[in-house]
Write a protein that binds this ligand. Structure first.
Ligand code: FAD
Ligand code: NAP
Length: 338
């Protein structure tokens, strides 16, 4: 394993922020992980595809990029297929592999950037499916104890864009090395509840979709409204959709009848953060080198050369105006590295 010093991370975060790591290593095997544990470099920062991080300054410590690869079918029983995936595999390539194998469960999560190892961190979700719906277990290395450990679904404590790994005390403590997913063959059932999926299937004349069609539709919707980080630097949704009490939502709805809200299993209402930001006039607005995307206000973009601090400043201004207008706090979804 090669350790590089004074390493530029600009190409390794989809915001394209120019930050440097005093040390950097790519970890491709479990032996690399153990070797790194015994080396004196600290603190450790864990990086996947860099599509959900905002680097606020240069990193004094070692950035460890997860490159553990491999896909293996472990078992197939009564329509359930267990698949173990190296945490460094690209998420969308895994989704495409699953669709080719006629394995169901991942199609709604098409085109999400990043690695498989990062997927459990915020329990990635899109179009009514979350990682937890297909999750079986994972293996992680604990840098505090120096041991590998398995986590089942309960141990991960998945929630809305949340897992135990997002807790402050666990950040960069556990390196997820392998994720085991439970998929279905034949694929069942399809999750088609989101309006955009239904409308696009209808517009394309598809009345009996399979996983391939659903994957294609999700890809085409995403391509039509989300900026491609290769072209316009961004980290997807900057904020989570806030979940508020139904009484508060009713009052909001009285004043703003068009505000979108969706009931959660916990009895709250999830409000579309993009709508709140747009209603404050931010959509398509540019402030110097940063701005709110013209098609989706929830996405903050770096037009080129912006620092992490400039991006954070715009995010704060958005938070202030949403709080003033609606009394709602927007919690960042993106992980700040400081
Ligand atoms: P990184 O950005 O590298 O890391 C994210 C966090 O996880 C960091 O704090 C890092 O320390 C930690 N981490 C990464 N890998 C590991 C590991 N192996 N072990 C322990 N900790 C680790 N997210 C969604 O949920 N749904 C979407 O639909 C979605 N769409 C997006 C669209 C765009 C255009 C973009 C740019 C982002 C989108 N995202 C979405 C956010 C992002 O793609 C996901 O959160 C993804 O899982 C991040 O993967 P990554 O490998 O890039 O993680
Ligand atoms: P959208 O369709 O414009 O909808 C806005 C919000 O309303 C979404 O965030 C979604 O919440 C919620 N929503 C819409 N229909 C719903 C339904 N039938 N039931 C429950 N909630 C519903 O959203 P979008 O921005 O184009 O994104 C589409 C999907 O891709 C969403 O699931 C979104 O989470 C995901 N996405 C995520 C990121 C990211 O970086 N995290 C980036 C782009 C897209 P949910 O977010 O809870 O689904």
């Amino acid at each position: 394993m090669k350790i590089e010093t004074n390493f530029s991370l600009q190409a390794y975060n989809t915001f394209g922020v120019a930050a440097t790591a005093s040390a950097y290593a790519e970890v491709a095997t479990k032996n690399d992980v153990l070797e790194l544990y015994h080396l004196p470099y600290r603190p450790i920062y864990i990086l996947g595809g860099g599509s959900n991080v905002l680097m606020l300054k240069d990193i004094e410590g070692i950035v460890l990029r997860n490159c553990l690869m491999g896909i293996e079918v472990l078992s197939e029983r009564e329509g359930h297929v267990l698949v173990a995936v190296g945490a460094g595999e690209n998420w969308h390539e895994l989704v495409q592999w699953a669709i080719r194998q006629n394995l169901g469960g991942l199609e709604n999560l098409s085109l999400i950037p990043g690695t498989v190892g990062a997927a459990p961190i915020q329990n990635i979700g899109a179009y009514g499916v979350e990682l937890k719906d297909v999750f079986h277990s994972l293996e992680a290395f604990d840098f505090q104890k120096g041991t590998f450990r398995n986590f089942d679904r309960d141990a991960c404590q998945f929630g809305y864009r949340y897992s135990i790994f997002k807790e402050a005390k666990n950040r960069h403590r556990f390196l997820i090395t392998r994720v085991v997913l439970q998929l279905t063959r034949p694929p069942h059932p399809l999750q088609l509840s989101y309006g955009a999926i239904q409308e696009t299937l209808k517009a394309n004349g598809i009345s009996r979709p399979g996983i391939r069609e659903v994957g294609n539709v999700v890809e085409s919707i995403r391509k039509s409204k989300l900026p491609d980080p290769k072209i316009l630097k961004n980290a997807g949704s900057f904020f989570k959709n806030p979940e508020i009490e139904s009484g508060q939502f009713d009052k909001l709805k009285e004043k703003y009848p068009e505000v979108p809200g969706y009931p959660t299993v916990a009895g709250q209402i999830k409000v579309a953060a993009g709508w709140l930001i747009e209603a404050c006039g931010w959509k398509g607005k540019r402030h110097g080198r940063v701005g709110c995307h013209e098609k989706q206000a929830l996405v903050i973009v770096n037009y080129g050369g912006a620092s992490g601090a400039e991006i954070q400043e715009l995010a704060r201004a958005i938070q202030v105006s949403v709080k003033e207008k609606f009394g709602i706090y927007l919690e960042p979804e993106v992980n700040f590295w400081s």
